[in-house]
Design a protein around this ligand. Structure first.
Ligand code: FAD
Length: 417
């Protein structure tokens, strides 16, 4: 009989799972038996989402007791079960390989990151779903599917919000390992940041801007250069000075949990903002993020700044990043390079829900798409209008999961699935 535990809460504690239990299969046969017996099921991975995207009125299932093999094969790596980037990165590094990018923290699961379009920064760097080359999916009948790049479901399932079944393994594209040097600069004027956002964000391999939309002391540009492209000249030309040890991310004062700055190191020790062995970010928080075309960045930033006083009471910090265009149907970067406008909020569900509509109204003229794993209040029809292939996605999900076992209230509300 499959073990169970209580479903608990997400990482930040702002969402208590409705599901009565989390099933803990120990092998693929047990997983298949649990899946085929279920009316409603969602996978619970490392729980770093902020909404009910991964919840259900039925049961959750975790892959934590399944084997978590990592197999590096030439330019690809295949990871099984509940592998995190913190586990994957050193294995890749030992083989002289790397991922093209990482999110701000390595604590999250590879499958969960792919499912929601998790991203880092860089005008030439796609999100982590864009590194997926194949998926192994168990459908609601317990049958296995190898969904490779040419498979008709691929553009839907590679960023599939868990709607296609249980991803038992994910295969990713890797690149030769590389060295990254990070530095965080203070002293860059906001007017210079918004004067030419594309130039600023393209000035190094990965560029993030932190702000609280008013206090210049909180404006920070975190630049990550590679050994192949070591220049951070544009930021210093704009007057940027390394911030030194007193690093704060807006109203979050860091506590020795950030990755090293000022010295070169392997990609996975510098690309995330937070160290694998420490608590990332603030911990007691909610996050939201919206994606607008990079070409509209200056206007979109002006629109958000106009509502800054409304959002200020619940804001800890905003981070601005970029994501390169991809071809995945639900991707916030589908066929457009985007500016990602992120908000780390105080852990106050009602307070956050009250301010989100002002941001969403400000960004509506830019066809903003939300981050699937973070809090938003946009109506489903508004989101669907920004996604040209949403009907194709829905058709593929219905064909794959005719019993609707992997559907949930979130998918119904946002996509009409
Ligand atoms: C401190 C912090 C920092 C963050 N930084 C970033 C960042 O830099 N960039 C960014 O884009 N996001 C960031 N996020 C958001 C987060 O990384 C994503 O939302 C990601 O989806 C979390 O993955 P998870 O496995 O932890 O989440 P979960 O909630 O466990 O899973 C996410 C979704 O994937 C589905 N899923 C997971 N595994 C499987 C599987 N094997 N098969 C089928 N479905 C599956 C789940 O059902 C759920 O719907 C951050 C979050 C936190 C808490």
């Amino acid at each position: 009989m499959t073990l169970t535990r209580s479903s608990g809460t997400n990482w930040s504690g702002n969402h208590r799972y409705r599901a009565a239990e989390t099933l803990l299969p120990t092998d693929l046969d047990e997983l298949a038996a649990a899946v085929s017996a279920a009316d409603s099921l969602r996978v619970q991975a490392t729980r770093h989402t902020f909404t009910d995207v991964g919840d259900t009125d039925g049961s959750l299932i975790s892959l934590e007791n399944l084997p978590a093999r990592i197999e590096v094969d030439g330019e690809r790596v295949r990871v099984e079960g509940l592998v995190t980037f913190a586990q994957l990165a050193p294995v890749l590094e030992a083989e002289g390989r790397a991922l093209h990018n990482l999110g701000s923290l390595p604590h999250i699961s590879v499958a969960g990151a792919a499912a929601t379009g998790t991203h880092g920064s860089g005008t030439r760097n796609g999100n982590l779903s864009s590194a997926v080359t194949a998926l192994e999916i168990m459908d609601a009948a317990g049958d296995h599917h190898f969904v490779h790049g040419e498979h008709p479901w691929f553009p839907a399932a590679a960023l599939g919000l868990g709607a296609f079944g249980v991803m038992t393994a994910v295969e990713l594209r890797t690149v030769p390992t590389y060295t990254v040097t990070a530095e965080a600069y203070t002293g860059v004027a906001w007017d210079d940041i918004v004067a030419d956002p594309r130039r600023l964000f393209a000035s190094a391999y990965s560029v993030s801007v932190f702000t609280t939309w008013g206090d210049p002391a909180h404006d920070l540009v975190w630049v990550k250069t590679t050994d192949a492209d070591p220049e951070a000249g544009y930021v210093t030309d704009l007057g940027g000075r390394p911030i030194g040890d007193d690093l704060h991310l807006g109203r979050i004062r860091t506590v020795g949990n950030t990755t090293e700055r000022g010295t070169p190191g392997p990609w996975h020790t510098r690309l995330p903002h937070f160290r694998a062995e420490a608590l990332p970010s603030d911990g007691d928080e909610i996050q939201s993020e919206y994606f607008v075309p990079l070409d509209a960045a200056a206007d979109a930033l002006a629109a958000v700044r106009a509502v800054a006083s409304d959002i200020d009471p619940v804001l800890l910090v905003t981070e601005l990043r970029t994501v390169a265009a991809d071809d995945l149907w639900l991707s916030p970067a589908y066929r457009r390079d985007v500016l990602a406008i992120h908000f780390t909020w105080r852990n106050d569900n009602a307070g956050v829900a009250a301010v989100l509509p002002a941001i969403e109204a400000a960004l509506a003229p830019f066809d903003a798409r939300p981050h699937w794993g973070k809090a938003f209040t946009m109506p489903g029809e508004t989101i669907r209008a920004t996604l040209p292939h949403v009907e194709d996605f829905l058709a593929a999900a219905r064909e794959t999961d005719p019993r609707g076992v992997f559907r949930n209230a979130f998918l119904e509300r946002t996509l009409g699935l």
